[in-house]
Design a protein. Structure first.
Ligand code: ADP
Length: 518
């Protein structure tokens, strides 16, 4: 079957070879094994169900949360000579019936279905009458409570599988599965671990950068000025911020579009098309923009604010460089962004356990901003890849400042946290270390601790940043919601015993103001 699949690849898409992951996935699907494919954005997941849909006797159902893009996807398939249709809430009952009729008559090979439709008993009944050979679950992480985009309607998919006619094989696809998410998907959809295909997450053409302590407006303006006509996306946290950055760049004469949930569907479509067809150079957007957009020549993705977790970040940043050409992913970090994200988690209607989880994921995102190790390796490690090497391209790999021994300072911080019984947050620990006369410090009698004032030659800001670094380097854990408590990890003991040293890059030298520019 693989040989035939290869012919179809050439015929419909014009490609000569499958990528490694694709081949492996197709082999399993052709052997009727329920399979999970974990591939980075741009890795070529769609072909893994589109090609089988041409070879299987029954129809291929694709569950996809990307309702607004279904029409585009279907149009693209039609153009490639693959008969496809979609069913979602934008259609009338009559239209749905007509399409189902068409599927039954064998007009379509592929049918995209919005997960919400699975909540309708009438619709499920209709589906049961169809011969289905393959059920593809796109964005499968939506099925897991631990995923970053849980959708309750995805929980109906396991039931659907058992009700469908034709004993379909299941193919789950996602770009972002941590080990927990991967386990959830496998167990819900009866996928054996040997049928999980994970291709390398590393994107060799991307270079990651974290920029701290810069005025973001000035940075963005200068970056665009320096990078001429290259195409890029700027992600901002809120609609208001999108509007603000958009206005600012337009005033500078940059060819810029905007995209967020507050625009009408027509406006959004126009903005998106103009960007995809290279009529606009830069797109300023909230995270509503990008899912499923296939624009290969995006040279940079700048995050004006830190996103809420690594999954979202890697997915959004990964929209750069789909064509394999060198591209940059830049995150502009300010500590205030943490508060905003904490606030959003607390405001949400998630239950307490879920909120805890989200806070932990946010902390991993914050640690990314403070780490001094390879940024790409940090991300890959987060997704469960233990075997990583430094990329040599990111802002940390390129940072050639020398590392200095900060073991003694680290020991001071660790013992202070320990003496405070690991029950206080960063602000309080910092105040004790610098010897603050704050009333709260006295109330808890912390001024009597032997660690009180141990770092009195430092400013609170310096100590606070050092604590952030120690958390990023996995010596400290910050857990517990909006006011996280500092705790020591198992990496601390060898440091306290003097068996290992803690190193940190030297502080940057202050910039010397040039004499020509008074
Ligand atoms: P994903 O869904 O994983 O983000 P897509 O399926 O949209 O990725 O594919 C990303 C791009 O890679 C598309 O432009 C697609 O046509 C291209 N692509 C997919 N498979 C191959 C292949 N075997 N050879 C060359 N290009 C491919």
């Amino acid at each position: 079957m693989l040989q035939e699949a290869k012919q179809r690849l050439k015929e419909h898409y014009g490609y000569d070879e499958f990528r490694d992951g694709q081949k492996e996935i197709l082999e399993k699907v052709f052997h009727n094994k329920n399979t999970m494919g974990v591939m980075p954005t741009g890795g070529g997941k769609s072909i893994c169900y589109q090609i089988p849909s041409l070879l299987f006797p029954g129809v291929t159902l694709v569950i996809s949360p990307l309702i607004s893009l279904m029409k585009d996807q279907v149009d693209e398939l039609q153009e490639a000579g693959i008969e496809a249709t979609f069913i979602n809430s934008s259609l009338s009952y009559e239209e749905v019936r007509e399409r189902i009729q068409g599927i039954r008559q064998g007009v379509y090979r592929l049918v995209y279905v919005a997960p919400e439709r699975l909540e309708s008993a009438v619709f499920l009944n209709m589906l049961q009458s169809l011969p289905v050979s393959l059920l593809a679950v796109d964005e499968a992480h939506c099925l897991s409570q631990w995923g970053h985009d849980f959708r309750p309607s995805y929980m109906r998919i396991p039931d659907l599988v058992s009700q469908l006619n034709g004993n379909p094989v299941v193919l789950a696809l996602t770009a972002t599965a941590t080990p927990e998410v991967s386990r959830d998907i496998s167990s819900a959809l009866a996928i054996n671990s040997e049928n999980v295909v994970q291709t390398g997450f590393a994107r060799e053409n991307l270079s990651f950068h974290v920029i701290k302590g810069m005025d973001r407006d000035i940075y963005i303006k200068d970056y665009i000025k320096q990078n001429g006509t290259h195409s890029g996306i700027i992600y901002a946290a809120t609609r208001k911020e999108v509007e603000r950055l958009h206005d600012q760049l337009s005033r500078l004469g940059v060819s810029v579009g905007k995209y967020h949930g507050g625009l009408t569907a027509d406006q959004r479509r126009d903005m998106q098309e103009s960007f995809v067809y290279d009529d606009t150079q830069v797109m300023v957007a909230t995270n509503a923009f990008g899912m499923g957009i296939n624009k290969s020549n995006v040279r940079f993705v700048i995050h004006a604010q830190m996103p809420r977790n690594i999954e979202s970040y890697y997915q959004e940043a990964g929209r750069a460089g789909r064509d394999g050409e060198p591209s940059e992913c830049i995150l502009l970090f300010t500590p205030q962004d943490i508060r905003i994200q904490q606030f959003l988690i607390e405001q949400s209607n998630m239950d307490e356990e879920r909120k805890e989880q989200e806070h932990a994921k946010l902390q991993a995102m914050v640690n990314y901003c403070h780490t001094e190790k390879c940024l790409q390796a940090y991300i890959l490690h987060y997704f469960g890849d233990e075997d990583t090497t430094a990329c040599g391209r990111c802002s940390e790999c390129a940072d050639d400042r020398e590392s200095v021994d900060v073991t003694r300072e680290a020991q001071m911080v660790f013992s202070c946290i320990k003496r405070m019984n690991e029950r206080f947050g960063k602000t309080m620990v910092t105040q004790v270390l610098v010897g603050s006369t704050n009333k709260k410090v006295k109330d808890f009698s912390f001024h009597k601790l032997s660690t009180y004032g141990l770092m009195k030659d430092r400013t609170q800001k310096e100590v606070s940043q050092f604590i952030d670094y120690l958390a990023a380097a996995q010596y400290l854990k910050m857990s517990g919601g909006t006011y996280p408590v500092l705790q020591l990890t198992e990496n601390v003991l060898p440091v306290l015993k003097g068996e290992t040293k803690v190193k940190k890059k030297q502080a940057r030298k202050p910039r010397v103001i040039s004499k020509q520019h008074p």
